[in-house]
Design a protein around this ligand. Sequence first.
Ligand code: ADP
Length: 567
Amino acid sequence: MKKPRWNERARSVLLLELAVVLPAAALILFNVLHLKSIQRDRAVEAAIQRDFYQVMSITEKHANEKMYALVDSLRQEFPAASVVCTDSMDYMLDQHTDVAHLFIYNPQRNLVFRSRQARIDEPDVSKESEQLQKMVRTWLPTEFEEAVKKMKSMEKKGKPPVFFDSEMVPRGDKHLYSITAYFLLPQREGEADTIGGMQLDAEQLRDHFLPELLNAELHHSTADASADKSGYAHAAMMVRMHSESEPLAASAEWEGGHPEVERSMEGAFPGLVLGMKLRGTTLAALGQRFVRTSFLILGGLSLLLAGGILLTYRNVAREMALARLKSDFVSNVSHELRTPLSLIRLYAETLEMGRLSNPEKQQEYFCIIRKESERLTGLINNILDFSRIEAGRKEYDFRQTDLAELVRNTLDSYRYQIEQNGFAFQERIAPDLPPMAVDREAIARSLLNLVNNALKYSHDDKFLGVNLYRENGSVKLEVVDHGMGIPPSEQPKIFEKFYRVGNPLVHNTKGSGLGLSLVRHIVQAHGGDVFVESAPGRGSKFTIALPVEKAGNGVPPAVASAHGGVA
Ligand code: ADP
């Protein structure tokens, strides 16, 4: 009998492990390894670095587009070399606040150069103007042919015919970055090839052109980023010269320090480097935080999973225990039915054959048949009650009752049997108990179940006491014995359906494990409860407590909901 049970349990545990624990453990392990690899390869940092690089390359592209657009509009606006004059150049400078100097050259017309008049009185700007004039005056006549040829071939390839050069313009004892552009003017009827040029206003470039570009790019990117919560939502950008670490210009959020990712600018901004970093944190810290949070979440989920598995395991174990109890119950009940039936048949057959001449013996046999059939009735009543309760169909018939009389009458029909079994019987019923609204039959059955248990589980010290008294707003019905007692660990379980204490002495005593669960259900349906006090080897005391107020005032509140299963 033991072996298959263990096998069943082992199979369930194995199934649970294979079906749930193993995949869960594999999932957790896989995630831990994955997170470890993210941590080891600094994958989060690398991903954000890639994002930063992307943002910077877009920034560079937009910066170039802006600069090429400026150059293109200058190319279109320049009057033909034959008619250009300082007025027309002043007008162009007014239209383009980013530009500080304009010039135009072809060998026929020679150089026409114009600086922004509003700033020409500033010593630095006038020096800058002179330097640029000197440079183009020496460079353009010698390199003109070559430059025009190159620009024409660029134009043929679909590229704008422009060269950009970086310039360091004097500012006090320092220098400031600026950009010069040389471009081929569009071919016009009757005009020789002409090169135009401009130099950006260094302050405009530093204070407006670059910062505005960086801010616009960053806000555009972070607007996208806040939606997908990627790393650069809190990023700042700067631009510096190759040779210097200090920023030339920066976005509004830049708070100093070194950029974490850099990219050299090409095209219209020679010699400049774009840089990006996170505000208030570093990529490494961000990566660590990501891994830490992921580990925490994984830990939490693993705990939940373990909790779920434990709960499932306990549930399965409970269901298995219940199934075992049910199968024990079936064998117990069949055993209990068979014994009285075979006794009844045996004695009835003996009597039927008329062989017994001794009237006392006859009387004894009749008595045995009656007692055995009473036991059968009790057992069948218990089973019927149990099935009604389980199906939620048990109904109680509450009537005003004198409990003292009910208890006395119930015990009277048992007294003879109790005393015949060698029990010392003590009955103490307090006078003046209030009438109670109870289901007479159900309360009598509860009392009989308790008395029966006291008789069944007392072997050496045969004592049975029944007390009925009033205490603290309840009427209490106690059944006391000096029998084998119940270990404390078993006491909460004996009221569960089918439960029997796993003790050889109990095992040898007939029983179904239903009696106490019925008692508890009946008593709770009366708004009361049942308790046990017991010590192994010293006996037990079962107490039914029924509330006076509720029971005395007619139908107790629990009655309305007195349906439902037995726990
Ligand atoms: P059973 O049909 O087995 O007696 P019960 O529900 O009446 O079922 O009792 C449940 C278990 O509680 C019993 O199997 C027994 O182990 C224990 N028990 C109940 N009453 C007593 C008692 N008076 N003394 C010792 N053990 C008891």
